[in-house]
Ligand binder design. Sequence first.
Ligand SMILES: Cc1cc2nc3c(=O)[nH]c(=O)nc-3n(C[C@H](O)[C@H](O)[C@H](O)COP(=O)(O)OP(=O)(O)OC[C@H]3O[C@@H](n4cnc5c(N)ncnc54)[C@H](O)[C@@H]3O)c2cc1C
Length: 503
Amino acid sequence: MTLSRRDFLKIGGASCIVAGTGAALVGCSPAGGSSDAPLAETGETSLVGYAPVNFTEETDILIIGSGYAGLAAAMAPALAGKKIIIAEKQSQVGGDSATSCCFMFATGTELQKAAGYTTTIDEYWEAVKEKQTAGYEQYDWFEDWVKGKIYANTHFVDSAINDFGATFQEPCTEAELPRLFGSVILPADGIGSGGQNILQPIVAKLKELGTDIRNGQRATALIKDAEGTIIGCRFEDTTSGKVTDIKATATVLATGGFADNGEMVQEYLPEWSNYGQMVHGCIGEGHKLAQAAGAQLVGMDSSFTFCNLMGDIPNCTTWGYWTPIVLVLPNGKRFIEEAQSHDAAQAAIDAGYRQWWSIFDQRAFDARAIANSVEGNIKSHSDVYVKADTIEELAVGMDVPVDTLVETFARYDELVASGEDTDFGKKAWLESLQPPYHALKLNVSRYKTSGGLIVGPNNQVLDTSDAEIPGLYAAGAVTLQSFASVSTCMATGYFVGETLAAL
Ligand SMILES: Cc1cc2nc3c(=O)[nH]c(=O)nc-3n(C[C@H](O)[C@H](O)[C@H](O)COP(=O)(O)OP(=O)(O)OC[C@H]3O[C@@H](n4cnc5c(N)ncnc54)[C@H](O)[C@@H]3O)c2cc1C
């Protein structure tokens, strides 16, 4: 490729590419420079492998990434009639969101009101605002922003159901979900069913509304003008390699986290770097694209992270909310309060292991919130599934010391009988298991990361001086403020969409 100053001027308006993958500045016309600036004087210049900016398409909103954050960002603008392109590098939509357990939180949704949960979103906001805004006092806009995000969570669920045909399960009763009942919502077929019940209906409706959803388009560089406004993005077709520059009034990064990027994990979360990971594609590209455009990166290390390690059968780590389970290490001993098995991976590591077993009984198959996930995961993980009529047989099948497992269950039953788990503090589902017993083995793995971009009062990405980068928006796991929780990824996406629908 040969590049001259005249070529730049032909592009129309000084624009430059900010790439996050090595070539920091490519095809960049010096801001405010004259036509006889150094580039022309050096004669013909070429940067191998990079073409100058050449916009061939234009849109109102360009969303990069098609997980929940990206899709949610399109919802309100699509309803408002905006022209939207969603560009996804993978051959399917959904990213990590498609495999999420979808253990979601919400308040004041029509779904919850219809089920008799009367807490309003206003009451919820009053109750949480102090906690949710603590630590960000340096930003005078932060409280309003958090409020907007929290309300967007409710708006997302209502709109997903009413406008986009998503289906949710009737919220659980206290008997079904003793911990957190009322605040948790699930896709229609329970844990792990968000792909078919939430994600796909939203995709279908967005397409019907005219949103152009493209697969196999990898964002490789943001494009900014001479004033520093992000005016679009460069994409590379993952099959043909064809380069396309798309101009946009608003560009939204919804590219997910970085759990699948070994180098970034080594840099920010070195203590996680030697565990396997179960996600594919979240390699922090959005973080780097934005950083090259001047964005600050915040809260990606373990002193800040909101994330945990996980078991490689993620759904299984949620079952303890809905049914009695007993978790044991490969040595046959209990190690954590099972109604809170979310932290089991870290607890197993702390005990010196990388694996643990989840043991449950028929009630797991009968609980509507998890029944499909129990059946499904047993089928898809038959190699690590054991069923037995006695604890002794179970121990043999699990290859854990028989005497220890028998002692573990004897002790557990003793605690159940006493009504108090003085060993681990389990309260919900402190009940004995009945034969036949079922067990699944889990391995410690990475599944998500938190931290990254911080967005400002108008949902635009903040630069290293805390100023908003005009034209560049972000949502979901690429942002600090999503905490990489699925409902907050949806909420931050929807909130960005509300901002853009109003532009
Ligand atoms: C197995 C699993 C279970 C989980 N369970 C829960 C749960 O129950 N509750 C909870 O709160 N959280 C859960 N999480 C976390 C939560 O689901 C995620 O944090 C959330 O879905 C992330 O959404 P997102 O849209 O930000 O990113 P993603 O869903 O990862 O989407 C990002 C998309 O951007 C695309 N992309 C990236 N870079 C580029 C590029 N350069 N060009 C174009 N496209 C690009 C990716 O391919 C991907 O499709 C779970 C995560 C996993 C993996």
